[in-house]
Design a protein around this ligand. Structure first.
Ligand code: ARG
Length: 261
């Protein structure tokens, strides 16, 4: 909200009218979506969203908080059914979603990008025509693939996986020739797997005059924390806390522990 940092400062300082005390905020998230939310080999939940949640809900607002695994496709009805209080799942703010839930102020910028196997036969977007691409169900990546299919006059097959790891596995196994997904998550896969690379090219980021990444971008998007539409008070507290951590360096510290750029 417009009260911004000042309100959050008061909340952190004395917990007057808002804030948590012992209340637990449950956070619905589809895991794994590295580097935003994933489990380490010893089962510890970590990631950018996980650290932002700690900073916002617990350090700033004094709530307890707890992540709850849920499938991404269906995460919005699940929030509205009361299965958890908020969504933090690297979720892009879209008009369609904003009809069903409310979003916090944006906390991260992302792009839809395409990864392909190194040394494969896909070197430009047009090479995908007639081929099969993989996406995660219900994501903006799936939407970007639908758009691509339209561009190709229907000549594209889209395989939808419950989790992004399913799409990455399919790429490794040559069941799809490309994965359409958020840039930083694709970058993590490219770095970890050593078999994939970004499809090069100028994209919409460049057209929009955004800091264009050195690969093809199909969209420019912003992530928000999702709330039920009757949860204004909590949403405003969270916006205040987000403003505070952006101002006091906490956000940058978290950012630089996951992203180099
Ligand atoms: N940003 C994309 C979207 O909102 C993908 C999010 C997927 N998140 C996840 N945790 N699996 O559709």
């Amino acid at each position: 909200g417009s009260a911004g940092a000042a309100a959050a400062f008061t909340l952190a300082g004395c917990l007057g009218g808002g804030g948590g005390g012992s209340e637990t905020i449950t956070i619905g998230s589809d895991i794994p979506y590295r580097p935003f939310e994933w489990e380490t080999t010893d089962g510890e939940l970590t990631g950018f969203d996980v650290d932002i949640a700690q900073a916002v809900f617990s350090d700033q607002l004094d709530y307890e908080h707890e992540f709850q695994k849920t499938s991404f496709d269906g995460i919005i009805p699940s929030l509205n059914n009361g299965n958890f209080r908020v969504i933090m799942s690297a979720m892009t703010i879209t008009e369609e979603r904003a009809e069903k839930i409310d979003f916090s102020d944006p906390y991260f910028t992302a792009y839809q990008t395409i990864v392909v196997l190194k040394n494969g036969d896909i070197s430009a977007k047009e090479d995908l025509k007639g081929k099969t691409v993989g996406v995660q169900k219900g994501t903006t990546g799936a939407g970007a693939a639908d758009q691509l299919k339209e561009e190709f006059g229907g000549d594209l097959t889209i395989q939808r996986y419950d989790q992004i790891t399913g799409a990455f596995d399919a790429l490794r196994n040559n069941q799809v020739v490309a994965v359409v997904n958020d840039n930083t998550v694709n970058a993590e896969f490219v770095n970890q797997s050593d078999v994939a690379e970004f499809l090069e090219g100028a994209g919409v980021a460049e057209e929009q005059g955004k800091d264009a990444p050195p690969y093809l971008t199909l969209t420019v998007e912003e992530y928000g924390i999702g709330f039920r539409q009757d949860d204004d008070e909590l949403r405003e507290e969270v916006n205040g806390a987000l403003a505070t951590i952006k101002e006091d360096g906490t956000y940058d510290e978290i950012y630089s522990s996951y992203f180099s750029g």
